[in-house]
Design a protein around this ligand. Structure first.
Ligand code: ARG
Ligand code: GLU
Length: 697
């Protein structure tokens, strides 16, 4: 144990100059990077980034609604995040009369700010290395299940102690596959009100066409305000609550960056898998991604065709289409990037080197062969699981049916209202024919639900079986649903149990739970246990190498610089876009590129006020920071720790960075803070909000 701790410390603290900017560093250990950061343009100290006793930059950064990042930009609780992070809140306040998605929303005073009952933000209070306590009494020879149980109970103890008598929440997260554990203590605020959002034609400018791409011109931001009780403590919504006074807020720099200038990002990256074996890369590259991409292409084609036929359907499926397209496009970029980098071969080569070393280190000699064996066992379950999620899960009706069965009688009407509002049985049935057909064709017999196979046999094919199901189910539209709901309790229950959509859902869910999920989980637990040993071996083999932990939705710092890149031979992408590019793309006939008239007018009159830079307005920029999903909304800071931008995406050529980071090509995309301010001030007419912000010098 001692030796391992020393090894980990050495790995985390040794600071040879890293060529690349890859890495998502733990703020409490950032001291190990400060020398490198300073050499690259950082002007502050480790304590400015993270301190438990003094206010530090960490106090200005929040986990936004459990999946994005946000930052405090005033001492009165004003919070900045992405438009796509605030999207569901903005949507929930929108109606035909008040269409805030289309026209944007600006509270013109505190009274107009809109509460969001489900929204919350989490501040990190502190983080501590609790490895010794989590691994206390955990003997190396414990079988995997027992080991996990012991760890779980130790973790529960750590959490209970950290939160006892406080209003805090806590989590313990594993790092380096269970070689290290950290405790994270959070304070959650639940009264978070919507302050402003640009129209979607700005906040989603470029839509799915520009998503994951450069050059980019999306004004992807929204503003919220955190409220607290009179003692500045978290409290659920109350009209008596007052704006939260943060320990720290960010100063804004309107100076902008030049190519090469230092940048760092503070935020909550979700998941990366830098240390996975070639087996998993092989699976992702050659099995999972091609199938998942293919299935989503079918869905997107069908949605697109039906959306083109009616405006109502286009609106109903806008958010669903965007959701499906986002990962679909990312996976394609990821596969291309992995192939281009030769990640599979690089991993195999690294594993050969490890094995050579391990042959002389008995504790590690068997690790890789065992892992390869388990991965081979895992593959069919992983594949069936992918199909369960992406083929069966693509169909809305059966998923709704299974939720309905589990819901209490009192919830059903509300669930149905929400479901049918944005539902097209025509799209859904067409998708079911395609994706269930693929399930039948590609998934081995043993994972085929009997009831599904039988329905297909009886009807004489998947298409006919789907048609029959959609014809007979009582759940395909709100009229049928209302008729079902008006039955007496006993008939209602009987009809639900007999409904073919419910039966089909039960058949797929049953096979998943009984034959797929269990083995998948158990094999993964055994693989994870071996990753722990493998990871320790890697560190022992290369004691001078710098290892950084995979992302796991905990607070991280990544640093780099503003920089363009070469996507293709002969092409260089410069790192800054401007309003000129928006006007080049502007097209009232194309939904994704139809900007608000107000923006056209401002452009025509060159009416940029104090936001003019070289006769235009800066819009977005590229930097080399290592980011991933969850970093959306993260502050991009300059060397003095001042806010210069808001992270919202990566480029298409970067998306394999969750597995292998390529310093030559990987770039994150940020909206320039000056564009945000210009939009608030000149387009939103909410310039009064600037009065509470703090501007550097
Ligand atoms: N690609 C970004 C992310 O992964 C933005 C997604 C939202 N925008 C969109 N057009 N779907 O979250
Ligand atoms: N848009 C992503 C998010 O919502 C960030 C893009 C990425 O994956 O880097 O977190």
């Amino acid at each position: 144990m001692k030796k391992l701790v020393l090894l980990l410390l050495a790995a985390l603290l040794s600071a040879p100059q890293l060529r690349a900017d890859k890495g998502m560093w733990l703020p409490s250990l950032i001291g190990s990077r400060i020398k490198d950061m300073k050499a690259k343009g950082f002007r502050l100290t480790a304590e400015d980034i993270y301190s438990v006793n003094e206010a530090s930059l960490k106090d200005a950064v929040v986990l936004f609604n459990g999946g994005c990042t946000g930052e405090l930009i005033s001492d009165e609780g004003l919070l900045l995040t992405n438009h796509h992070c605030g999207y569901s809140a903005i949507q929930s306040h929108s109606s035909v009369e008040h269409d805030y998605l289309t026209h944007g929303f600006w509270a013109m005073n505190r009274q107009e700010e809109l509460p969001n009952p489900k929204l919350y933000v989490s501040f990190l209070v502190r983080m501590d290395d609790v490895t010794d306590r989590v691994l206390k009494g955990v003997k190396d020879d414990l079988p995997v299940g027992k080991r996990d149980e012991k760890i779980r109970s130790n973790i529960d103890g750590v959490i209970a102690e950290a939160t006892r008598g406080t209003r805090y929440k806590a989590d313990v997260e594993s790092f380096f596959y269970g070689n290290q554990y950290f405790l994270f203590v959070y304070e959650n605020f639940t009264d978070v009100r919507l302050v402003g959002a640009p129209p979607s034609s700005v906040g989603k400018f470029g839509g799915d066409t520009d998503n994951w791409m450069w050059p980019r011109h999306t004004g992807d931001f929204s503003l919220f305000r955190i409220y607290a009780d009179s003692e500045n403590r978290p409290a659920d919504y109350s009209p008596d609550n007052v704006p939260y006074r943060p320990r720290r807020s960010l100063a804004i720099s309107t100076e902008g960056l030049k190519e090469g200038d230092f940048t760092f990002i503070y935020g909550f990256p979700g998941t990366t898998k830098q240390y996975i074996l070639s087996d998993e890369v092989d699976y992702i590259l050659n099995r999972s991604n091609p199938h998942k991409i293919g299935l989503r292409t079918m869905r997107l084609d069908i949605m697109g065709e039906e959306q083109a036929k009616s405006v109502a359907t286009r609106i109903q499926y806008a958010s669903k289409h965007a959701g499906v397209a986002n990962a679909w496009k990312k996976w394609q970029g990821e596969s291309k990037g992995l192939a281009r980098l030769g990640t599979l071969e690089n991993k195999r080569e690294a594993e050969r080197r490890f094995q050579q070393w391990a042959d002389a280190h008995p504790a590690y000699a068997d690790v890789l062969p065992q892992m390869h064996g388990l991965y081979a066992e895992l593959a069919p379950y992983a594949f069936a699981r992918d199909y369960y999620a992406e083929a069966y899960g693509a169909v809305e009706l059966t998923r709704f049916a299974s939720r309905l069965v589990r819901a209490g009688a009192g919830q059903r009407e509300a669930m149905a209202r929400e479901f049918y509002k944005d539902y097209s049985p025509v799209i859904d049935a067409r998708i079911a024919k395609k994706t269930w057909g693929e399930y039948l064709r590609n998934v081995p017999q043993e994972f085929l639900p009997e009831a599904f196979a039988q329905a297909v046999a009886v009807a004489g094919g998947v298409d006919a079986a789907v048609e029959k199901l959609f014809a007979e189910s009582r759940l395909t539209d709100s009229v049928r649903f209302a008729a079902w709901l008006s039955l007496d309790e006993a008939s209602r229950q009987a009809a639900l149990e007999a409904d073919p959509a419910v039966a089909m859902a039960a058949a797929f869910d049953g096979v998943y739970l009984e034959r797929i999920a269990g083995p998948y989980r158990d094999l993964n637990a055994r693989i994870a246990a071996l990753y722990r040993v493998y990871m320790r071996g890697l560190m022992e083999m290369e004691p001078d190498a710098v290892f950084y932990p995979d992302a796991n939705l905990t607070l991280r710092v990544s640093y780099g610089r503003m920089e363009g890149y070469k996507p293709l031979d002969g092409v260089y992408y410069t790192p800054q876009t401007t309003l000129e590019g928006i006007m080049e793309k502007d097209n009232p006939d194309i939904y994704d590129y139809d900007i608000p008239q107000r923006l056209r007018d401002l452009y025509a009159g060159k009416d940029y006020g104090r936001w003019a830079v070289d006769g235009t307005v800066p819009v977005a920029f590229l930097a080399t920071n290592h980011t991933t999903g969850g970093n959306s909304g993260s502050p991009v800071l300059n060397g003095r720790g001042e806010l210069v931008g808001l992270n919202f995406d990566r480029t298409w050529e970067s998306t394999m960075s969750d597995i292998e980071f390529d310093p030559a090509k990987c770039r994150n995309i940020a909206v320039d803070i000056r564009y945000v301010l210009f939009l608030i001030d000149k387009v939103g007419g909410a310039g009064y909000l600037l009065d509470e912000m703090r501007f550097a010098r």
